[in-house]
Design a protein around this ligand. Structure first.
Ligand SMILES: Nc1ncnc2c1ncn2[C@@H]1O[C@H](COP(=O)(O)OP(=O)(O)OP(=O)(O)O)[C@@H](O)[C@H]1O
Ligand SMILES: NC(=O)c1ccc[n+]([C@@H]2O[C@H](COP(=O)(O)O)[C@@H](O)[C@H]2O)c1
Length: 547
C-alpha cells in the first residue's frame, strides 16, 4: 500500500534532511509531507492492525510496541469505560474501511498530487512568524448589500449621539485602506462597513436605552436584523422573542430567551458578541439539534467550506479540532486563529474551512456536558463570530465512542469521497484536488500520545502520517521535548506543525465549570452566547466533575 494511504509514497523533499532546517527554525518545521512515509498496512480495521504488527516492514525500532498494540488493540480506549469502536459507526463502516484498505477506491475521484507544491514553499512554519501578517482573505469579499445596509442601520441606531462627532474620525480610519487591485486582492480585506466603534456600547445592548433621535433607525435596525436572522440584539422578552424568530431560520439557532431563564441585564450575560460578524454565512435547515435527537439525518456542514481555491499553487487545507469543548472557550476559538496565522505565514496551504468535532457523550471524562449541549455551544461560539469555522455533529451523534483516527477518516470521506462527499476541491482546469485534513490540538493532547493505552500506534500513524497535526503550545507542556522523544511523532515530524502562542492563553474549561459552580463570573472567558446557553440550560451546576 502506498505510504500515505491514497497516494504514491511521498518523495524526500530536497534539502529537508534532518539537519537542514532553517537556522531560525526549531526542529520539525516542514511542509506537510512525511519524508519517510508510514509503515505499510496502517489501517483502521483491527485485523489490518494485526497484519501491521506482524508485517515484515523494517521498522524494527517500532516493532516491540507494535507487537504490543496488535495484541491489545481491542483494549485501547482513552478511558477504561469508554467503549472502543474498532471500526466505523453504523453509517460509515463499510465505505470508510474500504477507503483505507484500497488505496484508490472506485468511487473516489482521482486527484492531482500536492507533493510537488510543498517543495517550492517556505518551510519556516514555526519560527518564521512575521508580525503584521496580512489578514486572511477568507470572508472579506462580496458582502451582500443588504448586510451592509443592516450594519449601517445598526450603527445609526447604536450611537446616534456620537455619530456626528465620530464621522470625521471614522472617515479617517476607514478610507485609506489599500484598493483591491490585482496584487492586493485577497491580501487585504475589501472595505467593509464599520461594524462598531470600539468605544460604543455592545451591539446587543438594549438599543432603546440609547436615546435615538430617529425612531426609524431602530425600526430599520430591527427589520434588517430580522431579515438577516441575527439574534444578538435583545431588549428583554418582547424584542428578544421577535429577534429569535429571525434567528430560528439559521440552524435553529435562537439563542437568547426571556426573563424566565434568569436573564439579568446587570449581569450582562445577554450582551452581544464584541466581534459579531454579520457577513458570516449561516447554515440552512434544522441544524444539528434534530440530528442529535435522532429526528433528522446527518448532514455534513458545508456552508463555510470553500470549494475553490484563490491560489491554486497552494494545498487546500481543512483544520479539524477534536475535543470535549465543555464548554468551548475563547482559547478554543483562538487556537484556530493562531493556526490560521501560521498557515498564512507558511504560504504552503490555503485554508478552506475549520471544524470543531465535539466528542460524544460516550467519552468518559469528568465534567462532560451531554453531547447535544456541547455541539450547540460550539455552534453558538462560531455562528456569528467566524466566517470559516463550523461544527460537525457527526462524532457527537455516534452511538459509540469514535477514535480520533476514525473521526478524521470521516472528514476525509465527506471532503474527498465521491458519493456523498465533496469529491475534493474543484480546480480551474476542472480537475479535483484532495482537501488535506489536519488535526488541531493542544500540546497536552499531543503529550497524551505517549501515555500507554490511550492511543494505538496504528492510529497515530494514520493521524500523523496520512493526515497531519497542528499543535498549539500549551503552558505546562514541553512540546519540543516531547516531539524529540516520541518515535512516531518524530517519524512523521514533517507532517507536524507546532504553533507558538505569542500571547499565552490558558483559559481552561475545567476552571470555567468551577467558576459556574461557585457562582463566579465567566464573562470574557467565552462568548456571551455560550455563557447565556450555560445559564439557560443550567449546565455545570452539579457536583464537581458532573455536567
Ligand atoms: N490552554 C490551552 N492551550 C493550548 N491548547 C489547549 C488549551 N486548552 C485546551 N487546549 C486544546 O483544545 C482542545 C480541546 O480541548 P478539550 O476541550 O478536550 O480539553 P480542555 O480545554 O483541556 O478542557 P478540560 O479543562 O475540560 O480538560 C485539545 O486539543 C486541547 O489540547
Ligand atoms: N485513541 C484516541 O483516538 C484518543 C485518545 C485520547 C483522546 N482522544 C481524543 O482527544 C480529544 C480530547 O481529549 P481530552 O479532552 O481528553 O484531552 C477527544 O476528541 C478524544 O476523542 C482520542
Amino acid at each position: 500500500m502506498a505510504a500515505n494511504g491514497f497516494k504514491s509514497p511521498a518523495p524526500v523533499l530536497p534539502g529537508l534532511g534532518l539537519h537542514s532546517f532553517h537556522n531560525d527554525s526549531p526542529p520539525f518545521a516542514g511542509a506537510a509531507t512525511s519524508e519517510q512515509g508510514e509503515p505499510d498496512h496502517i489501517s483502521l480495521d483491527p485485523s489490518d492492525q494485526n497484519r501491521f504488527a506482524s508485517s515484515s516492514h523494517d521498522d524494527s525500532h517500532l516493532k516491540p510496541e507494535l507487537h504490543y498494540q496488535s495484541q491489545h488493540a481491542h483494549l485501547i480506549a482513552p478511558f477504561p469505560n469508554a467503549p472502543i469502536n474498532t471500526a466505523h459507526s453504523n453509517q460509515a463502516t463499510p465505505t470508510q474501511a474500504q477507503s483505507i484498505l484500497n488505496p484508490i477506491p472506485q468511487r473516489m475521484p482521482t486527484f492531482s498530487s500536492d507533493e510537488h507544491l510543498s517543495s517550492s514553499r517556505s518551510r519556516r512554519l514555526v519560527s518564521g512568524y512575521l508580525f503584521g501578517n496580512p489578514p486572511s482573505p477568507v470572508g472579506t469579499k462580496d458582502i451582500p448589500a443588504d448586510m451592509a445596509k443592516a450594519v449601517q442601520a445598526l450603527q445609526a441606531a447604536k450611537a446616534p449621539a456620537a455619530a456626528a462627532g465620530d464621522a470625521a474620525r471614522d472617515s479617517k480610519t476607514t478610507s485609506p485602506r489599500p484598493s483591491p487591485n490585482s496584487e492586493d486582492e485577497g491580501r487585504y480585506p475589501l472595505p467593509t462597513p464599520p461594524i462598531q466603534d470600539r468605544d460604543s456600547p455592545p451591539l446587543s445592548a438594549p438599543y432603546k436605552s440609547y436615546s435615538s433621535p430617529n425612531p426609524n433607525n431602530a425600526l430599520a435596525l430591527e427589520q434588517s436584523t430580522q431579515a438577516l436572522g441575527a439574534v444578538s440584539l435583545n431588549d428583554g422578552p418582547e424584542t428578544g422573542a421577535k429577534l429569535n424568530d429571525g434567528g430560528a431560520v439559521m440552524a435553529g439557532s435562537a439563542r437568547i430567551t426571556g426573563t424566565d431563564t434568569g436573564y439579568d441585564a446587570l449581569e450582562g450575560r445577554n450582551d452581544g458578541e464584541a466581534d459579531l460578524d454579520l457577513s458570516a454565512p449561516q447554515a440552512e435547515g434544522g441544524g444539528s439539534g434534530a440530528y442529535l435527537r435522532g429526528e433528522a439525518a446527518y448532514e455534513f456542514p458545508r456552508h463555510r467550506l470553500r470549494k475553490t481555491m484563490r491560489d491554486e499553487s497552494k494545498i487546500p487545507l481543512v483544520i479539524v479540532a477534536c475535543g470535549s469543548f465543555s464548554p468551548p472557550t475563547y482559547l478554543h476559538l483562538r487556537m484556530f486563529e493562531m493556526a490560521k496565522d501560521e498557515i498564512v505565514e507558511s504560504q504552503t496551504y490555503e485554508i478552506m474551512a475549520g471544524y470543531y468535532s465535539p466528542v460524544s457523550s460516550y467519552y468518559k471524562k469528568a465534567g462532560l456536558a451531554p453531547a447535544n449541549h456541547r455541539v450547540r455551544m460550539c455552534e453558538l461560539a462560531v455562528e456569528h463570530t467566524s466566517t470559516w469555522l463550523m461544527v460537525d455533529p457527526w462524532e457527537a451523534g455516534q452511538s459509540e465512542y469514535q477514535r480520533t483516527a476514525v473521526v478524521l477518516d470521516h472528514f476525509d470521506d465527506l471532503l474527498n469521497g465521491g458519493e456523498d462527499g465533496e469529491g475534493g476541491v474543484i480546480m480551474s482546469d476542472g480537475k479535483k484536488r484532495r482537501y488535506k485534513i489536519m488535526l488541531l490540538a493542544g500540546g497536552d493532547l499531543i503529550e497524551s500520545f505517549g501515555e500507554p493505552g490511550v492511543w494505538s500506534e496504528p492510529d497515530l500513524h494514520i493521524i500523523l502520517g496520512r493526515f497531519g497535526c497542528l499543535i498549539v503550545e500549551r503552558a505546562g507542556s514541553d512540546v519540543w521535548a516531547f516531539l524529540l522523544s516520541h518515535d512516531i511523532l518524530y517519524h512523521h515530524r514533517r507532517n507536524v506543525i507546532v504553533i507558538k502562542q505569542l500571547i499565552y492563553n490558558d483559559i481552561s474549561s475545567t476552571k470555567v465549570r468551577l467558576f459556574v459552580r461557585r457562582g463566579m463570573s465567566i464573562k470574557y472567558l467565552l462568548p456571551n452566547s455560550v455563557i447565556q446557553y450555560i445559564y439557560d440550560n443550567k449546565l455545570y451546576r452539579g457536583k464537581i466533575g458532573a455536567p
